[in-house]
Write a new protein. Sequence first.
Length: 97
Amino acid sequence: MTQMILELPSRNIVNSIMGSLEAYKLKLQASINFTKQKLMDFEKRYGVSTDYFLQKMAAEDLKGGDLEYVEWAGESKLLERLELELQDIERIHFELR
């Protein structure tokens, strides 16, 4: 675990930082939900899970070809990164003195 110590001039700044982190977490969650919906749209359109798509399918298997393949795979990677970032932020621990 990495530690960071901040000395802030007032409690208001502490509240502002904590509020900003909470707002960012909400934005991340909204992005996760939006990305999951896009993945579900692909899954419904092709009748397969994203895992199956990533393991078994190629651009030639999709109506939209390369562009749709890149979009579906990209959304999957984006979801992975967003979820990891949210997990990291949720592990932040504050100790006020």
